[in-house]
Structure formats: structure tokens, C-alpha cells
Design a binder for this molecule. Structure first.
Ligand code: F6P
Length: 323
């Protein structure tokens, strides 16, 4: 029977993680359990840095970006010896179950612990939206809105100067953020890892936009694309064929640092509650994700090592709209 649980945030921070920490804490307290936060993700399990959490200590955090527990990417935890050490520290602290809030790498770690017999549930959280087991993950909506605000601003200055802009967004190997930001931002072209786009094709789009009399051309580029913004800039530096002058902006971590919007606060809150409720009914080794708008659990065994595919209809639509 569970009496004491721990919660950690791992991997890239995502807006809405704090809502999830708050919800894990309060729904676990409702079960009559004690709750401990682990500092700096799996690194905190290795260093045994546990902090007691209560209803008050998670007050006033739902609107904050980042994670109050801190996050990290731990190399040591990726080794079997590291994971044994983590289990040892969990046992020493009298922890009966763990909730891991994070993305692909973090859930792979959660699965490894659960394979070693420890009760762990995951909460789907990453701005990349590449996790199988959740249509949308914590942080995506806020990161997308931040990218969109940047695109809108860059479009203004692009129009003033009759320039083309390459705008690089995060997403690791997933083109989701770039695709959605490109569609919502009215981009002339979107370059994503899932589909090969050559620099010549990008050049064609920019040149055609110029010839059509547009005042700007906006190209949203995913960081994981074969030709990212840097490579495209290098490629175009040797050519003078675009019509527009070219500039590039990489949004980078700005997308991760925002305060969560309503969507991510609610998603973080609901997914975390789903993970805790699963623990309470003895369902372990699952990921809490949102599928078809419902908070659902999927066995970690079914999601690790996989990457969610993009919706081909959206990719097709993006091509149609960029005229
Ligand atoms: O996974 C989230 C993410 O922001 C990716 O989009 C990006 O590639 C990566 O993390 C950056 O990692 P770090 O914060 O360690 O530089």
C-alpha cells in the first residue's frame, strides 16, 4: 500500500510543469499520502535531494513557467548502476511510488525503473509534442504561442524592410512546433525533419513570393531539419537569387521559458491527477496522456523508443495555404 510518493520533473522544462507538480501533490495528499519533491530530475534521485511538499508549498506556482523542482538530463541515471543507486535512495527515503513529469528520455527512465520493479507513472510533458500516448503534451500550447508572437513581430519588420526571414523553432527531431507555428503564423514555407526540403526549394518559395509582390517571405524552420536556419543561411550566402534580402532568427529556449497559458495549466493539472489516480488503483508503469480530449493511461512499454508521427493532413494543408 502506498503511503509516500515522490515527484520529479526531468528533461527540458515545459510551461505547465508547475501545474502538474501542484496537482500531483494535492491529489496525493487527498489520498492520504505524504509527498516529496526530487530536485533536478533524476540527478536528484542520485543525490538523494528530496524535499517534503505540502498543499502550501505548491501554492502560487500554477502560473509560473519552468519547474520549481528544477530539471536536468542525467548521464549517470542512464546506466544500470545509476538506476540502482536511485532505487536505493528511494528505499532509504521510504518512498513507495514515483511520478515522472517529462518527455521521451524521461519516460524511458521511468520505464527502466518500473522494469526494475518500482511503481512509477509518467506525465506527458515536452514542448516537442513527440511523445506517443498523448495527442498533446504539457508545454506545447504555450511554446507555440510564444513562437507565434515572435513570428508575428518578425513579419512586421520583414514587411517594413522587404526581407525574407528564416525563423528557427525548437522541437528536436519533431517538426510539430514548426508545422503548427508555420500554419498559424501564415508562413510562406515550413521546413521540417519529416519531409526533405532542399535549399533550392526554399529559394524558389522566397523568389516566387518576391515576384508575386509580397512584402516579405517567412520561412519557419524546425531545428531538427536537415537544412536548419544556419545551414540555409550558409547556403544562401553564396547566392544572390532570392529577390529579398535574408535574415535569420533562432527562437531557441525563449519558447520554453514562458508562463503557462490556460491550456497548459489545465493539461498539467489533469494529467498529473490522472497519474496519481492510476497509482491509487494500483496501475503502475503507465504514462498519463491526453487522447481524444480524455486523460488516459498507456503502458510505458508501448510508448518508449517511439516518436509520434505528424498528421499528414496538416502537412498537406500547410502546403496548400502557403501561397
Ligand atoms: O526537448 C525539449 C527541447 O527544448 C528541444 O526542443 C530542444 O532540442 C532541447 O530540448 C534543448 O535541450 P537543452 O535545453 O538541453 O539545450
Amino acid at each position: 500500500m502506498i503511503q509516500r510518493i515522490a515527484v520529479l520533473t526531468s528533461g527540458g522544462d515545459a510551461p505547465g510543469m508547475n501545474a502538474a507538480i501542484r496537482s500531483v501533490t494535492r491529489t496525493a495528499l487527498e489520498q492520504g499520502w505524504e509527498v516529496f519533491g526530487v530536485r533536478q530530475g533524476y540527478a536528484g534521485l542520485l543525490g538523494a535531494t528530496f524535499v517534503p511538499l505540502n498543499a502550501r508549498s505548491v501554492g502560487g506556482i500554477i502560473q509560473q513557467g519552468g519547474t520549481v523542482l528544477g530539471s536536468a538530463r542525467s548521464q549517470e541515471f542512464m546506466t544500470e548502476a545509476g538506476r540502482k543507486k536511485a532505487l536505493h535512495h528511494l528505499a532509504e527515503q521510504g518512498i513507495d511510488a514515483l511520478v515522472v513529469i517529462g518527455g521521451n528520455g524521461s519516460q524511458t527512465g521511468a520505464y527502466a525503473l518500473s522494469q526494475m520493479g518500482f511503481p512509477v507513472n509518467g506525465v506527458a510533458s515536452t514542448i516537442d509534442n513527440d511523445l506517443v500516448g498523448s495527442d498533446i503534451t504539457i508545454g506545447v500550447d504555450t511554446a507555440l504561442n510564444i513562437a507565434l508572437e515572435a513570428i508575428d513581430r518578425l513579419k512586421v519588420t520583414a514587411s517594413s524592410h522587404h526581407r525574407a526571414f528564416l525563423i528557427e523553432v525548437m522541437g528536436r527531431k519533431s517538426g510539430y512546433l514548426a508545422l503548427m507555428a508555420g500554419i498559424a503564423g501564415g508562413a510562406e514555407a515550413i521546413v521540417i525533419p519529416e519531409f526533405e526540403t532542399t535549399p533550392e526549394q526554399v529559394a524558389d518559395v522566397i523568389r516566387i513570393s518576391y515576384e508575386r509582390g509580397k512584402s516579405h517571405a517567412i520561412i519557419v524552420v524546425a531545428e531538427g531539419a536537415t537544412y536548419d536556419a544556419d545551414k540555409l543561411v550558409q547556403y544562401f550566402a553564396k547566392r544572390d537569387e532570392l529577390g529579398f534580402e535574408l535574415r535569420a532568427t533562432t527562437l531557441g529556449h525563449i519558447q520554453r521559458g514562458g508562463a503557462p497559458g490556460a491550456f497548459d495549466r489545465l493539461l498539467g493539472t489533469r494529467l498529473a491527477a490522472c497519474a496519481v489516480e492510476a497509482l491509487a488503483r494500483g496501475e503502475y508503469g503507465v504514462l498519463a496522456g491526453s487522447i481524444g480530449g480524455r486523460m488516459t493511461t498507456t503502458p510505458l512499454a508501448e510508448i518508449v523508443g517511439k516518436t509520434k508521427a505528424l498528421d499528414p493532413d496538416l502537412v498537406r494543408l500547410a502546403g496548400i495555404l502557403a501561397r
